[in-house]
Write a protein that binds this ligand. Sequence first.
Ligand code: ADP
Length: 334
Amino acid sequence: MPSKRLLSGMQPTGGAGLHIGNLEGALRQWVRLQDEYEMYCCIVDWHALTTMYDNTEAIAPKAREVAAEYIAGGLDPQKCAIFLQSHVKEHAELHLLLSMVTPLGWLERVPTFKEKRDMLDERGGGDESVSYGLLGYPVLQAADILAYRAHAVPVGKDQAAHLELSREIARRFNRLYGEVFPEPQAVINEMTAVVPGLDGRKMSKSLGNAIYLSDDADTVAKKVMSAFTTPTKIKKTDPGVPENCVVCQLRRLYDPENYSLAWEECRSGARGCVQSKRELIEILNAELEPIRRRRKELLDDLAQLEEILRQGAERARATAADTMTAVRQAMKLR
Ligand code: ADP
């Protein structure tokens, strides 16, 4: 059994579960790490409440979908604990205790707080849509990590700053009450660049530009046919710029051995965008088909999936309960 612990997690929000940006930018790395670490893979359903508090019935089914996608993408429930945050109440107790030692100013400065506040404002919620829980989001995130006394947290290249607050909270707790928490280190995913969405911006569930693991082959085909390419490549013979073309970027990602010939032909005008798109559809669908199939099998047998989540929560709870004993002792709470 590996001795170092790692905590990873994603929110069950958005329209359709995980997209290929989540797969390539996060999940694939977790799959590699599951042999190296004692790993806890959380589906952070309480976090989803910060933006979905008025639509809570969507959260539980979405959480099962994400669990199925974790496994279909290669996480092995025998190797790592896959569980829902809300099934392990220790996260809530630790969140409360940490909230007492986290200065308000630290939270008000978090850029994602400001972004989410503006997003909720745009949805027309007004002042009352911004909850105490939204402000405390990073404290709950720190609790998620520290409940396992995790040594490591995988983060995307763009997200290293997110971990800093959890580290500061751990340091402050340790200073006040004695060393309970290791300072979690970011494990940065250097292997994958940011996956572009169909419109050339970063693929994101909030931008409507994503290819989802739940998309069937026809949907993938339609989406790829609609993707942005080189704007000045109108005729087949016009030169393309693969570096700025979504289709070429995805081709490189999914066909690393052979993409360069396709890129040269695009650049020289020997091939058009329609050919590039058709080939990419084949390559993408071949790659995604086994994941889609496994995902469907898992969602067709919800009883088995619930059992996986129950066992995952049990393993997680055992570790988190140990931590809470140490925390209460350190704080002299009896
Ligand atoms: P979204 O932007 O769709 O809301 P999240 O912020 O929930 O995605 O990210 C979940 C994980 O997936 C994070 O680890 C993040 O770094 C990774 N990720 C999200 N979008 C991309 C992308 N387009 N390319 C690479 N990684 C991504």
